[in-house]
Design a protein. Structure first.
Length: 99
């Protein structure tokens, strides 16, 4: 999904292409094409590059009875030399054999 800046860049690029075509201004058409190409290249870069992370989870105690307190420790390490884009980690916790 594009950010607000991405959408703005795309809109400016398309507007420049349209105005460049209407008034036959080749420079404006080229600049608009550059904007659109830059936004598409950035979108592909973000979509195709997956963050490399390692995660370890410890659950204490292994079995929790209703009313008891449990603890989950999570260690996440980012393992890439390139800066990461933000990402979300979610884990669903269900009720196993709940009655």
């Amino acid at each position: 999904m594009l950010t607000r800046r991405g959408w703005s860049g795309l809109a400016v690029g398309i507007a420049a292409i349209v105005v460049g075509r209407i008034f036959a201004i080749i420079e404006l058409f080229v600049i608009g094409s550059g904007f659109v190409a830059a936004v598409m290249a950035a979108l592909l870069f973000v979509r195709l590059r997956r963050p490399r992370v390692a995660a370890v989870r410890w659950v204490h105690p292994n079995v929790v009875v209703a009313g008891d307190t449990g603890r989950v420790d999570l260690l996440i390490e980012y393992q890439s030399s390139i800066r990461s884009t933000s990402f979300e980690l979610a884990e669903r916790v269900g009720r196993a054999d709940a009655t």
